[in-house]
Design a protein around this ligand. Structure first.
Ligand code: S3P
Length: 426
């Protein structure tokens, strides 16, 4: 699928992004693990979350499409092993969280993904989960998918683990497995990552404490089974970031991005853009974050990776940096190399294609801006299997001088209506 994105300097309107992807995956998994009927309102309609849905159905949960909600019934006797392979498609979150969730399911599973996911390392979850007695086997020392995940009879061992890389997926996989542990588990992260798992496990009745220590956090969890719960999923701040940058670097824009999850670890990009001189107003309405955005002249800054621990927003922030005056440094962002595509080199290629200059310096990415998106070159961009790179290119084309985007179908992994929502602002 190809899309032509015209240059669109005048933009007005309000955007509602799909339901937060992280919260949606967790709401589905926790509901499947619970005994009884849960409801999930506003879940993401992206293919990543659909993959999680199919897998919980294969494991014995009943999922019914209600009116703007999913009704999920977790089996009374718990999830049961599936003889069929569990296909996580393009979704790293599905695969890593599922490895932990399979701690509650006796048996052996073949867990597979698409071409992009099959290149992503799973050693970061395999190592702690194996210590707990949950075997995760894949190819080579980085444990590449397809995976065989095996849980023998008997309880898993509790764990006291320091997560070596800032990763909410790793933390969450361990906490999910720890629900089936033989005692309390403790997970320490040295950099705080998104707190969705802790927040949501507390909401569905799991005994858990979380305390901040310096820049990190220690989470302790007692084994238990989540209660059935009614989940309301707010909008996704990582998707909002595309429209926020679009509004800032388009020459005549007034946009509102509405109804977002407001957690600090997800909204670091807002503070970074404010530091760059963005005209951004934050409002809280019914507990959700609303962002009012106006066209702005941006200037360069230095971005520390701990400000955006999962580095999901780096590609789109690099587009903002390309439209800014001066040289922006994204420090310690090597994690970009093992996302849905190598976003480190992909971002450099995209920025250079726009006519700005991006260079690697070890794990730092340095962008020399052009001072305005007006100066961007038109682009001809081919998307790998990476939704965030496609949306970043679309924003650059729209605010700059247009572009042709090829192979954009995988935008549907997180945001099937992205191009429609973008077009509605013109
Ligand atoms: C996610 C965690 C992040 C992020 C991903 C969603 C989650 O990955 O990139 O899109 O829901 O836990 P890491 O854990 O690798 O940082």
């Amino acid at each position: 699928m190809n899309v032509t994105v015209p240059r669109s300097r005048y933009l007005r309107g309000e955007v509602r992004t799909p339901g937060d992807k992280s919260i949606s995956h967790r709401a589905l998994l926790f509901s499947a693990l619970a005994n009884g009927k849960s409801r999930v309102r506003g879940a993401s309609n992206g293919h990543d979350v659909l993959a999680t849905r199919h897998i919980i159905e294969q494991l014995g949960a009943r999922v019914i499409d209600g009116d703007h909600e999913l009704i999920i019934e977790g089996p009374r006797d718990g999830l049961r092993a599936s003889p069929d392979e569990l296909d996580c498609a393009n979704s790293g979150t599905t695969m890593r969280l599922l490895c932990g969730a399979l701690g509650a399911v006796e048996g052996s599973h073949l867990v597979v993904g698409d071409e992009s996911l099959s290149r992503r390392p799973m050693d970061r979850v395999a190592e702690p989960l194996s210590r707990m007695g949950l075997e995760v086997a894949g190819a080579g020392s980085r444990v590449l998918p397809p995976l065989t995940v095996t849980r023998d009879a008997g309880q898993l061992r509790a764990i006291d683990y320091v997560v070596p890389v800032p990763s909410a997926q790793v933390k969450s996989a361990i906490l999910l497995a720890a629900l089936s542990g033989d005692g309390p588990s403790r997970v320490t992260e040295l950099t705080k990552t998104r707190a969705n798992t802790e927040e949501m496990l507390l909401e569905c009745g799991i005994e858990l404490t979380s305390s901040d220590v310096d820049e990190g956090r220690i989470v302790t969890l007692q084994p238990g089974r989540p209660h059935a719960h009614e989940w309301d999923v707010p909008g996704d701040p990582s998707q909002a970031a595309f429209f926020v940058v679009l509004g800032l670097i388009s020459s005549d824009a007034e946009l509102t991005v509405a109804h977002l999850y407001g957690g600090a670890e997800r909204n670091g990009f807002v503070g970074i853009l404010e530091r760059m001189g963005a005209s951004l107003t934050r409002r809280i309405v019914d507990g959700c974050l609303y962002l009012d955005v106006r066209s702005s002249s941006l200037s360069a800054t230095t971005v520390e990776s701990r400000e955006i621990p999962s580095v999901d927003e780096v590609p789109i922030l690099a587009i903002a940096a390309a439209a800014a005056t001066g040289t922006t440094r994204f420090s310690d962002v090597g994690e970009l190399r093992i996302k849905e595509s190598d976003r480190f080199s992909g971002t450099i290629e995209l920025i250079n294609a726009l006519g700005a200059r991006a260079t690697p310096e070890g794990d730092d990415l340095v962008v020399q801006g052009l001072g305005s998106a007006d100066a961007f070159s038109a682009i001809d961009f081919t998307g790998a299997l990476d939704h965030r790179m496609i949306m970043s290119a679309a924003v650059a084309a729209s605010a700059g001088n247009g572009g042709t985007l090829n192979n954009v179908a995988s935008v549907a992994s997180s945001y099937p209506d992205f191009f429609k929502d973008l077009a509605e602002l013109r």
